[in-house]
Design a binder for this molecule. Structure first.
Ligand code: PFF
Length: 467
């Protein structure tokens, strides 16, 4: 393999095309696919949501991901340097793109810690506790296991720190020896696990009705407003799921070999990400459907579906302890590869700006993550009365990153590549290895018109609807 097949600079890089695809898919496949996608699909009319999501994935998702990876590969820099090199006036976008993963990483690891705790409970055969325990909270009210658990300080802190340390090993080891190796092992394991679990849940009595509920479109009371809400929810989910507008794909792109196909790789990452989200829905929706005897209220549990409803479902099914352990192992692995990508993005920016070594930068980012993450841990325990804009600290970090900073970053990214330096910048990078850019017309119209409109919808949605 000639030296130009790797990135030209000394920052290291992925050693193979499959290594890059699996690492990027590892970033994309995360809590968003397993925890968020199924409850959104259940809430927004099953098949209609799936169909809209799919169309958006191959158009909007494809365009945004391709742009970010192309920017990274062309410049060979972290987000800070990449946006600046593309156009000096857009350098602040690089700072925004570094700030987003720095805000997300700490709270994402806090949630990763919760998942780790659930996994340990099911592995040690105590999944029933997670499912059944009701804790008295005074004046006759009671808390679920989950609510009780996150209100504690000691254990959530322990699992959070443990989770950060596990993820940081891959980042410390570097791109090829750490991130690529870990992704090459974990992603196939993850795929096999989810196929087995989905296969098992579909054999349960009544599961087929749950599957129908999940995949067949429900047109009852379907209005234009509902359609618009479904589209907004699908765009938001896509954004979240494909790790867009958080600097990750720019950073991973900067480690991608020039000889590998950009367009083909993006298509494969998309297929992987969407397949895992779809399969996660095939596990969760039918099993909750069977457990609740088709009660729509159970399926509309929203964010609590995975942490509150699902443990009860596992506890009630034959072999549920093993399936529960496998499921939470799956979620832990998916979340781990995503947090590795968030951490790598921040570490790469710190290394580039400060010229410190990878290990020193990594330790600085670990310390930052633990300190800032503790705010989120404490926000649910000792500081539970403290609110920012009416939200708990963790929810506030999630809101400003996902609903404000990311759409702003994506919007200006579209303006930069659609109108300022023009689409040729990305088109040339796609063709650099001699490939044809097959979806070039789709790309142009998307980046100039459709994607910026989607971003405006996302920015406005939280203020005008209850999505
Ligand atoms: N794409 C990953 C997921 O679906 O979980 C990673 C991620 C998305 C992390 C969004 C954080 C975030 F806010």
């Amino acid at each position: 393999m000639s030296s130009d097949t790797k990135t030209e600079n000394s920052r290291g890089g992925f050693g193979s095309k499959i290594g890059f695809i699996l690492a990027a898919a590892g970033s994309a496949v995360g809590l968003g696919n397993i925890w968020r996608f199924p409850y959104l699909a259940a809430r927004y009319g099953g098949g209609i949501f799936l169909l809209i999501y799919l169309i958006l994935a191959i158009t909007f998702g494809f365009t945004m991901m391709l742009t970010e990876i192309a920017l990274g590969r062309k410049t060979g820099k972290s987000v800070l340097g990449a946006y600046k090199e593309a156009d000096k006036r857009f350098a602040p976008l690089g700072w925004l793109a570094a700030a987003v993963p720095a805000i997300i990483l700490p709270y994402y690891c806090v949630i990763g810690g919760w998942v780790l705790k659930y996994m340990c409970m099911f592995i040690t055969g105590n999944g029933g506790d997670a499912a059944n325990s009701q804790f008295a909270a005074g004046s006759g009210s009671s808390l679920t296991f989950f609510e009780h658990y996150i209100s504690l300080l000691g254990q959530p802190t322990l699992f959070f720190v443990l989770y950060v340390l596990i993820g940081s090993v891959a980042v410390l080891l570097g791109v090829e020896k750490g991130i690529e190796k870990v992704s090459k092992i974990l992603m196939p394991v993850l795929l096999v696990l989810i196929i087995i679990i989905a296969g098992y849940t579909l054999t349960m009595d009544g599961a087929m009705d749950g599957l129908k509920y999940y995949v067949l479109p429900d047109f009852t009371d379907f209005t234009v407003t509902k359609l618009l809400k479904t589209i907004a929810a699908a765009v938001g989910q896509l954004f979240y799921s494909m790790s867009l507008a958080m600097g990750i794909m720019v950073t991973y792109g900067s480690y991608m070999r020039k000889s590998d196909s950009l367009e083909g790789s993006v298509r494969q990452i998309e297929v992987f990400d969407t397949a895992v989200a779809f399969l996660a829905g095939m596990v969760i929706v039918p099993s909750v459907f069977v457990f609740s005897k088709g009660d729509p209220a159970a399926l509309n549990a929203g964010p609590g579906l995975m942490f509150i409803t699902l443990p009860k479902v596992f506890d009630s099914m034959p072999g549920g302890q093993i399936i529960g352990a496998a499921f939470f192992l799956l979620v832990s692995l998916a979340a781990l590869t995503s947090s590795i990508s968030l951490m790598e993005t921040v570490v790469a920016a710190v290394m580039e700006k400060t010229k410190m070594s990878r290990s020193v930068s990594c330790f600085a980012v670990i310390a930052f993550t633990i300190i800032v993450g503790m705010l989120s841990v404490m926000g649910y325990s000792v500081w539970s009365d403290f609110e920012l804009m009416g939200m708990q600290i963790l929810d506030f970090f999630d809101f400003i990153s996902n609903n404000i900073f990311m759409p702003i970053l994506a919007f200006f990214t579209c303006i930069l590549f659609g109108y300022v330096i023009k689409t040729k910048y990305v088109e040339d990078e796609v063709k650099v290895n001699g490939d044809k850019f097959r979806s070039v017309h789709l790309y142009r119209i998307m980046i100039k018109v459709f994607c910026p409109i989607c971003m405006i919808i996302i920015l406005l949605t939280p203020f005008v609807t209850d999505i």
